[in-house]
Design a binder for this molecule. Structure first.
Ligand SMILES: C[S@@+](CC[C@H](N)C(=O)[O-])C[C@H]1O[C@@H](n2cnc3c(N)ncnc32)[C@H](O)[C@@H]1O
Length: 250
């Protein structure tokens, strides 16, 4: 018999803490064109200095592991996980494993959830964490998708993060395969919608934002949650999609 003690109970019993219930609700109006121009200028500066492949592919770390995210987005991810408490987070695009590790530590603190992360290239010496499962293969490969589906039980709250090949056709295919796995009230985050001139890397060509637009034109189960962009700097503009409906209670 497998004895399983919920992480939240372990946190409470051994460390004397539990998550709070303050979830920001203030609605922010859209930026004026002047505010948007300032935000875009800062975005380009940030991207050029800390994130551009030409200079350094992300100078950001979490507990000593390299992460290809900006700190503002990491706070947003933490907020989303704390609010929605996913049981499973599916991440397409592992790279160094730092983002999976980040997500796992947040799940650990929240007291719920685990991560499955997929990459076409096996990461070199990825961070170890009991809550992470690493899968090697293309995110759109039928066998990989099957393996992921087998990890989902009917009562689970599932969240998905798409951060692999950012070309529009690949993202569009991932949306087709993974969007149906996202639970009501949970998030489907499509990363790097900032490329193709939104507002960086104009030479990229059609990318995540173009794929999302096409997806949302044909699928009404999701809504864009632009309030998740309230910290102004996000590498995922137009990429925080929430599946409509209420989340199953935790
Ligand atoms: C932007 S990085 C992921 C960054 C990571 N999520 C983070 O935030 O630290 C993109 C990764 O996607 C992987 N990738 C590219 N094409 C892929 C595919 N078809 N399926 C799965 N992974 C893919 C690349 O090998 C690369 O490691």
């Amino acid at each position: 018999m497998r004895l399983s003690i919920p992480l939240e109970q372990i946190n409470g019993f051994f460390f004397g803490f539990k998550r709070g219930r303050y979830f920001p609700t203030r609605r922010f109006p859209p930026l004026t064109s002047e505010e948007q121009a300032i935000t875009d200028r800062f975005h380009r500066l940030y991207y050029r200095r800390l994130f551009s492949k030409a200079t350094a592919p992300s100078e950001v770390s979490w507990l000593g592991h390299r992460v290809l995210k900006c700190p503002m987005d990491m706070i947003t991810y933490q907020e989303i996980i704390t609010e929605t408490q996913p049981d499973l987070i599916i991440e397409c695009g592992t790279k160094f494993g730092g983002s999976a590790f980040f997500l796992a530590t947040i799940c650990q603190l929240v007291g719920n959830g685990r991560i499955v992360t997929i990459d076409i290239n096996a990461p070199d010496d990825p961070p170890k964490h009991n809550l992470i499962t690493y899968l090697t293969g293309s995110s759109t490969d039928a066998a990989i998708v099957e393996q992921v589906k087998n990890m989902i039980r009917p009562d689970m709250r599932v969240m998905v993060i798409l951060d692999s090949d950012h070309r529009a056709a690949h993202v569009r295919r991932e949306l087709e395969l993974y969007a149906p796995l996202v639970s009501s009230g949970c998030y489907l985050i499509v990363e790097d919608g900032n490329v193709n001139g939104h507002p960086v890397f104009p030479e990229h060509g059609p990318g995540p934002q173009e794929a999302i637009k096409d997806f949302l034109a044909t699928d009404d189960r999701f809504e864009l949650d632009t309030q998740r962009e309230r910290h102004l700097l996000t590498l995922n503009p137009g990429g925080f999609l929430r599946r409509k409906g209420e989340a199953a209670s935790a």
